[in-house]
Design a protein. Structure first.
Length: 595
C-alpha cells in the first residue's frame, strides 16, 4: 500500500470519527480540522486555518485559552483548556480542548494532535448547581440562627458567613476544633466533653454556653446538632445551628432577681403578720423596762450594730423588732436567725448562701439570710453559738459589707443592719478564747441589757392580765378576772424562764379554765431545783452544774423529749431551740433518758 493510500485511509477514519479532531504544526499553527469539526462550526476551513481560529473563541476566554496553548507549545507538555467557541449562527458553546505533541525518534515535536468535546450541557448543569448553592447560602444567611456542619469526627467544616462576622473567626479559625478557644473557660470543659460524647454516640447535641464575639464580649448561645446517617446507620455528617440566647438569659436573670425580691418581701410580710405591732408584747411600765425602751428609741434611727443581752425568755427578739420598726429600714425585711438551732456544718451556707454545684445536692443557687435581709435588718439570736468559721465571715460582713457565697468566686455586697442577741457572757468567752474579741467589739457597739422578769416584778400583774385576755380571745373564752391567790403566787415566783415561762403558764391556765376567773395550779411552779438555784445564785441564774442538773431532771421527767406540751422545754419554760443549744453546750446525752 502506497503512502498516499495510507493518508487517504487515515483521513477517512478521522473524518468518520464522531469526535472533533484537529492538528497543528510544531509552532502551533493549526493546519487541519476534521469534517465533524467543520460541520459543528458551520464555517469553511479557510476561515479558521492557521491562527484565524482565535477569532472563534469568546472574547472573555480568548487570552487565557491562547496563553495556555502557547505555554504548551513552549514546554512541549499537553494542553488542556476550556473555552467557549462561536458557531456560524453566532451561538457560543463551551468546549473542552485537549492537545498532545507527537515526537520523532530524537524527541523533537513534529506535530500536535488534539480533540474538542462539547461540554455546554455540563457547564449549564454546573451553573445551575452553583446558582442553587448561592441561593441556598442566601437562604441560610437569612435564617435567624447560625448554621454549621461538621465531619463525622466532630471537626467543623462549614459555617455561615454571619457566624464568621459575629465571632471574628476568619481565616479558617472556626474550622476544625479551634472554635473551642472562644468558649468561656467556665463552660469549655463541660461543652467539649458533651460534644465528644455526642460524636462518639451519635446522639443529638443540645447545650447552652457562652462564646466570645468579635468585640471580646461573651454572650450566651444555644448550640444544637443532629447527625446524618447512611443506610448502615453510620454518621456521615453533622448539621447544627447556633442561636443567640443572651437576651433570654438576661431576662431569666432579671426574673430570678425579681423572684428573689418577691421572696424577700414575702419573708418580711410573713414576719410582720406573725408579729404584733412595735411595742404590743413589750408590756409593762417598770423603771427597768422604761430604761430599755429609752435605749431602743435612741439607737433605732441609726445604723449602729446592737448587741442585746439577757437571760432566756426575756424578750430579746421583741427588742430587736422594736429597733427595726423605729428605724429607716422599717419597710424592708426583718430576718431572724436562731444561730443555736442550725447545725454548725450548715450555719455558713444558711447565713451567706451557696452557688449551684457548691456541694452535693446544691442543684441551684441559694440565697442566704443576709441577702434576704438586704437593705433591712438581720437578727442573730444566740450569736454566742456561732462556730469559728462563721465568726470570721460575720466579722468580714461587719467590716467590709461583703461576703462570699459557699462555692462562689465573687464577693457579694450587702447593705444590712446587724442586731445580735445572746444569753451568754460573751466577754468571759472572749477571755476564755472561745469567741473572737474583734467580733465581740464589732457586735457590742451599742449594748442593750434586757432585765429578767424578777427585776421588773411590778410588770407581772400587767403581763398576767395581758396574756390572759390575749389567749382567752384566741380560743373564744371570756375570762373576766384573775384570782387574788393566783396573782400573789405569780408575783412571788422568781420566773427562771422569764416572760416566756409566764406566757406558757398563762396559756395553759386559760385552756384549762372553766369559768370566768383564771386560776393557776401552784404545782406547776414548784420546780424545787429552779427555786433552790435561784435562791443560791441570788440573781436567779444557776451555775453550770445547777443548770445541767435542772435540764437533766426535766429530761428525765419528759422521757427525753424536748419539744411538745410535755417536753423538757415546756417544763423549764424556755424555747425548744434554746434548750437544744444548752444540751449541746453542756454535752448532755438526752437519749439516755428515753424510755
Amino acid at each position: 500500500m502506497s503512502d498516499s493510500t495510507r493518508q487517504i485511509d487515515a483521513d477517512l477514519v478521522v473524518n468518520v470519527t464522531p469526535a472533533l479532531i484537529f492538528s497543528a504544526r510544531p509552532d502551533g499553527y493549526l493546519d487541519y480540522f476534521n469534517e465533524r469539526w467543520l460541520e459543528w462550526l458551520g464555517v469553511p476551513i479557510e476561515k479558521i486555518i492557521g491562527w484565524a481560529w482565535i477569532d472563534l473563541i469568546h472574547p472573555v476566554d480568548r487570552n487565557e485559552h491562547l496563553r495556555r496553548w502557547q505555554e504548551s507549545i513552549a514546554s512541549g507538555s499537553p494542553a488542556i483548556s476550556e473555552a467557549r467557541v462561536r458557531r456560524a449562527n453566532g451561538e457560543y458553546r463551551w468546549m473542552l480542548h485537549h492537545s498532545v505533541p507527537q515526537r520523532d525518534e530524537s524527541g523533537r515535536i513534529v506535530r500536535w494532535f488534539g480533540s474538542s468535546v462539547d461540554i455546554e450541557d455540563l457547564k449549564r448543569a454546573e451553573g445551575k448547581i452553583r446558582s442553587a448553592e448561592k441561593e441556598l447560602r442566601t437562604i441560610i444567611e437569612t435564617i435567624p440562627a447560625y448554621v454549621w456542619t461538621a465531619t463525622p469526627d466532630g471537626a467543623v467544616d462549614f459555617s455561615t458567613e454571619s457566624w464568621f462576622d459575629r465571632t471574628g473567626l476568619g481565616g479558617g479559625k472556626a474550622i476544625g476544633w479551634e472554635w473551642i478557644d472562644n468558649v468561656h473557660e467556665d463552660d469549655r470543659e463541660r461543652v467539649v466533653a458533651a460534644w465528644r460524647e455526642a460524636v462518639a454516640t451519635g446522639r443529638p447535641f443540645d447545650h447552652e454556653l457562652r462564646m466570645r464575639n468579635a468585640q471580646g464580649e461573651y454572650r450566651w448561645i444555644l448550640v444544637r446538632a443532629v447527625a446524618l446517617r447512611d443506610d448502615s446507620g453510620a454518621v456521615v455528617r453533622w448539621y447544627g445551628t447556633i442561636t443567640d440566647i443572651d437576651d433570654r438569659k438576661r431576662a431569666e436573670e432579671e426574673l430570678r432577681k425579681l423572684k428573689d425580691q418577691l421572696h424577700n418581701e414575702n419573708i418580711a410580710l410573713r414576719e410582720e403578720i406573725s408579729q404584733t405591732s412595735m411595742f404590743e408584747e413589750i408590756v409593762g411600765s417598770s423603771p427597768a423596762l422604761r430604761r430599755v425602751l429609752s435605749l431602743v428609741t435612741k439607737v433605732a434611727d441609726t445604723d449602729s450594730t446592737v448587741l442585746i443581752t439577757g437571760e432566756t425568755g426575756t424578750g430579746k427578739e421583741l427588742i430587736a423588732r422594736a429597733i427595726h420598726k423605729r428605724s429607716r429600714r422599717a419597710s424592708r425585711p426583718f430576718v431572724s436567725v436562731n444561730c443555736g438551732a442550725i447545725p454548725h456544718s450548715l450555719i455558713t451556707s444558711e447565713l451567706f448562701g451557696y452557688e449551684k454545684g457548691a456541694f452535693t445536692g446544691a442543684i441551684q443557687r441559694h440565697l442566704g439570710r443576709f441577702e434576704l435581709a438586704d437593705h433591712g435588718t438581720i437578727f442573730l439570736d444566740e450569736a454566742g453559738e456561732l462556730p469559728p468559721e462563721a465568726q470570721v465571715a460575720l466579722l468580714r460582713v461587719l467590716q467590709e459589707r461583703t461576703f462570699d457565697r459557699v462555692g462562689g468566686t465573687r464577693p457579694v455586697s450587702i447593705d444590712v443592719r446587724v442586731i445580735a442577741a445572746t444569753n451568754r457572757d460573751l466577754a468571759k468567752e472572749v477571755a476564755d478564747g472561745s469567741f473572737r474579741d474583734d467580733l465581740y467589739y464589732r457586735l457590742s457597739v451599742f449594748p442593750v441589757y434586757v432585765p429578767p422578769l424578777r427585776e421588773r416584778a411590778a410588770d407581772i400583774p400587767v403581763l398576767v392580765q395581758y396574756f390572759t385576755q390575749r389567749y382567752a380571745a384566741n380560743i373564744g373564752k371570756k375570762i373576766r378576772k384573775v384570782s387574788a391567790r393566783t396573782m400573789d403566787v405569780l408575783s412571788d415566783y422568781k420566773w427562771p424562764g422569764n416572760v416566756r415561762e409566764l406566757q406558757n403558764v398563762i396559756q395553759r391556765a386559760v385552756i384549762l379554765c372553766d369559768g370566768d376567773t383564771l386560776v393557776v395550779d401552784e404545782t406547776w411552779l414548784q420546780n424545787r431545783l429552779a427555786k433552790e438555784a435561784a435562791g443560791t445564785r441570788g440573781l436567779g441564774r444557776p451555775s453550770i452544774r445547777e443548770e445541767k442538773e435542772m435540764i437533766e431532771s426535766a429530761l428525765a421527767g419528759s422521757s427525753g423529749r424536748v419539744a411538745g406540751p410535755a417536753g423538757a422545754a415546756a417544763k423549764l419554760g424556755i424555747a425548744r431551740s434554746t434548750l437544744e443549744s444548752r444540751i449541746r453546750s453542756l454535752r448532755i446525752d438526752k437519749n439516755r433518758f428515753r424510755s
